[in-house]
Ligand binder design. Structure first.
Ligand code: NAP
Ligand code: ZN
Length: 351
């Protein structure tokens, strides 16, 4: 075992603070990774603050991990020391159920092991994420990183990228479709970039008029301010697809009314109760409301390769780990352009 530096929250009401944790010695199947960068996802905040009522403490979040391989187990022959790799939201799954066989490990019927806050099958206790110096991961959950991209800006692809890519693929978004991305944060800005690269006509649907210019720079063809009733009325019944990244429970009815007949809105953000849904809004146009959780390892690699080919990375604000609590406060106020990424070198400054 090796003892590594990390940052943890010790309870739902405490800030993150320096912490030390153990990583296992790599087994024959494992890859040991020195973490260079880790993105900050809103799910990290939901977990630390116990919004989903399942948090385990001490909580070490972080599931947008970029690092270099430092050791490989004898069966992890696809990886070599010094190689740049990524780890996203999962580090293991049963590999035998129908979901795993369909390359959809995130829906593993026996419960995927998530990068943090899951049962740790090797050491006992729970898994610790990327706000740490090192991680040891089964080779099947380690991703190859396109070397042509700015690696620190690749980190958010491991969650924000795949979480928006997977529903765009699953619902067959194609050239010319009118696609609305709701909420311009970490997920939303990747949704705009990816939908644009797929050839869709992208509309950024935001509560923040101040983000209009940024949305266009990111690839939105139009911007719809969701608080403006007149603008919302102009877009009624016109969208082929909506991707909803709003991080809290909310009234989805005004968004459902934007869908065309037979079109779908996919929720990825609100993993909690929604305001009551009026059945008439769905029934009237044979509309669909669905959900989606991250993406499987195979499609995560496909998304990374697509981003490599199309030169797509995240827009990042780099921070030191010592500023993580301030970054959380800013994210809660929707004040991030558009993903914080921690430079893990800063962890070495802690004694
Ligand atoms: P984020 O960076 O904080 O962005 C969320 C954006 O939503 C904000 O920038 C804001 O955009 C908008 N928003 C915030 N509060 C709102 C409200 N009350 N009403 C309407 N809009 C609001 O968060 P993120 O990292 O993108 O994550 C978004 C959500 O997805 C989180 O809940 C996270 O846990 C979840 N998530 C889910 C999955 C999955 O697999 N399904 C994976 C990763 C994350 P505007 O200023 O443009 O309105
Ligand atoms: Zn995430």
């Amino acid at each position: 075992m090796s003892n590594v530096k990390a940052y943890a929250a010790k309870s739902a009401t405490r800030d993150l603070e320096p912490f030390e944790l153990d990583r296992r010695e790599p087994t024959a199947e494992d890859v040991e990774i020195e973490i260079l960068y880790c993105g900050v996802c809103h799910s990290d905040i939901h977990t630390v603050k116990n919004d989903w009522k399942n948090a385990k403490y001490p909580s070490v979040p972080g599931h947008e991990i970029i690092g270099r391989v430092t050791k490989t187990g004898e069966n992890a022959t696809n990886f070599k020391e010094g190689q740049l790799v990524g780890v996203g939201c999962m580090v293991d799954s049963c590999q035998t159920c129908s979901a795993c066989k369909d390359n959809l490990e995130q829906y593993c019927e026996n419960g995927a092991t998530f990068t943090y806050n899951s049962e740790d099958k090797h050491l006992g206790g729970h898994t610790f994420g990327g706000y740490s110096e090192k991680v040891v991961v089964d080779k099947k959950f380690v991703l190859n990183i396109p070397e042509n991209l700015d690696v620190k800006a690749v980190a958010p692809l491991l969650c924000a990228g795949i979480t928006t890519w997977s529903p765009l693929q699953q619902w067959n978004v194609k050239k010319g479709d009118k696609v609305g991305v709701i909420g311009l944060g970490g997920l939303g800005h990747m949704g705009v970039k990816l939908a644009n690269a797929m050839g869709a006509h992208v509309v950024m649907i935001t509560t923040s008029a101040s983000k209009t210019e940024d949305a266009k720079d990111l690839g939105a063809h139009e911007v719809l301010i969701s608080k403006d009733q007149k603008q919302m009325a102009q877009h009624q019944n016109s969208f082929d697809f909506l991707l909803n990244t709003i991080p809290v429970g909310h009234d989805v009815n005004p968004y459902i009314s934007l869908l065309k007949r037979d079109a779908t809105m996919v929720l990825v953000g609100a993993i909690e109760p929604l305001d009551p849904i009026h059945g008439g809004g769905l029934v009237g146009g044979r509309k669909r409301l669905a959900g989606s959780l991250i993406g499987g390892i195979k499609e995560t690699q496909e998304m990374l390769d697509f981003c490599g080919e199309h030169n797509i990375v995240s827009d990042v604000e780099m921070i030191d780990i010592q500023n993580i609590n301030n970054a959380y406060d800013r994210m809660i106020k929707s004040d991030v352009k558009y993903r914080f990424v921690i430079d893990m070198k800063s962890l070495k400054n802690n004694q």
